[in-house]
Design a protein around this ligand. Structure first.
Ligand code: ADP
Ligand code: MG
Length: 345
C-alpha cells in the first residue's frame, strides 16, 4: 500500500537561480524505510521539509495516506499532516525531562498521554531515564528520545534528517542498527536523509538519489550499487573501473586478455567494461583469464587494493584479501565476477 506519493514536486527559493528540487516523483510503500542520498546542496533537506509542510512547493502534488496534502501552492498545514520529524541536532527541549519531551508532541485530547510517552520510551530502550534531562544522556540516547517524540503520536510517516551524522564512527554502526530495529518493530514508514552511502546501503529498503534537485534513481541498495542508471549514480557509491574492449562473436578482447561473454553479440563497436574493485578476483600467479602487471599495492588491514596496469599503462584497481601474498611478484592474473557493458562512445 502506498503511504506517500510525490508527483512532479518542484521548489525554487526566492532569490535562488536554480530549483532546489526539480520534477521529483516517487512513491513510498507502507512500512518501508527509504534513504534519501545525495551530495551537499542536492535538495535532500528541502524535499523532507516539503513533505513535512515546513516549506511549500511551487509545483507538484503530494499524497499522504491517500489524502492530497499538497497541490501546487495549496497545502495542508504542517501540524495537520501526521508527520513525525527527527532533526539533525535532535532539537530536544533542554529544560524538559525526556518524559516531558516525549509528552510534548502528543495530541492534547489523548486519555493518558503519560502512559503513551512512557511506553514509547520503553520501546526505544530508555525505560530507566524518564526523569533525566537531555544533557545527562549520551548522543545515541538523545537521538532515541528524539525518535520516541516523533513516533509517539503514531505519525503516517517518520522523517529523519541526517540522523547519524552527529555520532562518532564507533557508535554509529550500533545506533544505526538499533534505530532500524525500532522503526521495523513499530512498522512506521520512514524516510531518512544521509550523505553516507554506507548508512543508506545497510539500513534502507530502497534508496533515492538526488543530484542538483533531480531524482536520478530510486531502487534497492543492490540494484543501485550494481545496476546504476548513469555514471553519476555509479560514482556516488564508489569508483568503478573501466576497461576498453572490442566485442567478437563470443566475448571481449581487452588489453588484459580475452573474456568469453555472451553479451558481446549485442555490440559491433568498442565497448567499456565497468566493474567495481570488489567484483574482480585476483590470483597471485599469471596464466589466468586476464593478466596485468602490479603497479601499486595498498594495505588497509582488512583488505588490500592492488592497482594493475596493462601494456599501455592503463590501470584498474582490484580489492583482495589482506592475506594474498604478492611479494616479489610483478605479473598477476585476475578474473571478473561481475561487470557491466556499455558502448564506449
Ligand atoms: P541538502 O540537504 O541536500 O544539502 P538543501 O535542500 O539544504 O540540500 O539545499 C538545496 C539547495 O537549496 C541548495 O542550493 C541550497 O543552497 C538551497 N537552499 C536551501 N535552503 C534554502 C533557503 N532557506 N533559502 C534559499 N536557498 C536555500
Ligand atoms: Mg541537508
Amino acid at each position: 500500500m502506498t503511504i506517500l506519493e510525490l508527483q512532479s514536486v518542484e521548489k525554487k527559493y526566492s532569490q535562488a537561480e536554480n530549483f532546489a528540487v526539480k520534477d521529483v516523483s516517487f512513491k513510498v510503500t507502507s512500512g518501508e524505510i527509504l534513504a534519501l542520498v545525495g551530495e551537499s546542496g542536492s535538495g535532500k533537506t528541502t524535499l523532507l521539509r516539503l513533505i513535512a509542510g515546513l516549506e511549500h512547493p511551487d509545483n507538484g502534488i503530494i499524497y499522504l495516506s491517500g489524502n492530497k496534502i499538497v497541490e501546487g501552492r495549496k497545502s495542508v498545514p504542517s501540524n495537520q499532516r501526521k508527520v513525525g520529524m527527527v532533526f539533525q541536532d535532535y532539537a530536544l527541549f533542554p529544560h524538559l525531562t525526556i518524559l516531558e519531551n516525549v509528552k510534548f508532541g502528543l495530541p492534547k485530547n489523548l486519555p493518558d498521554p503519560e502512559k503513551v510517552a512512557k511506553d514509547t520510551l520503553k520501546l526505544v530502550g530508555l525505560s530507566e531515564n524518564f526523569s533525566k534531562y537531555p544533557h545527562q544522556l549520551s548522543g545515541g540516547q538523545q537521538q532515541r528520545v528524539a525518535l520516541a517524540r516523533a513516533i509517539a503520536p503514531q505519525p503516517s510517516i517518520l522523517l529523519m534528517d541526517e540522523p547519524f551524522s552527529n555520532l562518532d564512527a564507533m557508535l554509529k554502526d550500533q545506533v544505526r542498527e538499533e534505530i532500524r530495529q525500532i522503526i521495523k518493530k513499530t512498522g512506521v514508514t520512514a524516510i531518512f536523509v544521509t550523505h553516507d552511502t554506507r548508512d543508506a546501503l545497510s539500513t534502507a529498503d530502497r534508496i533515492a538519489i538526488l543530484h542538483k534537485g533531480r531524482l536520478q534513481q530510486i531502487d534497492s541498495p543492490r540494484n543501485l550499487y550494481e545496476k546504476p542508471v548513469n555514471a553519476y549514480v555509479a560514482n556516488f557509491f564508489g569508483k568503478r573501473n573501466e576497461i576498453l574492449a572490442t566485442p567478437t562473436v563470443d566475448g571481449f578482447y581487452t588489453p588484459f586478455g580475452f573474456i568469453a561473454d555472451e553479451r558481446s553479440k549485442q555490440y559491433s563497436e568498442k565497448v567499456r567494461l565497468l566493474f567495481r574493485p570488489e567484483h574482480a578476483t585476483l590470483y597471485n600467479e599469471v596464466g589466468q583469464v586476464l593478466n596485468g602487471s602490479i603497479f601499486k599495492v595498498s594495505y588497509y588491514g582488512d583488505h588490500q587494493i592492488v592497482k594493475l596496469a596493462d601494456e599501455d599503462g592503463k590501470r584498474v584497481s582490484i580489492k583482495t584479501s589482506p592475506h594474498l601474498d604478492l611479494s616479489n611478484l610483478t605479473q598477476v592474473g585476475f578474473s571478473l565476477d561481475y561487470f557491466e557493458v556499455e558502448p564506449a562512445f
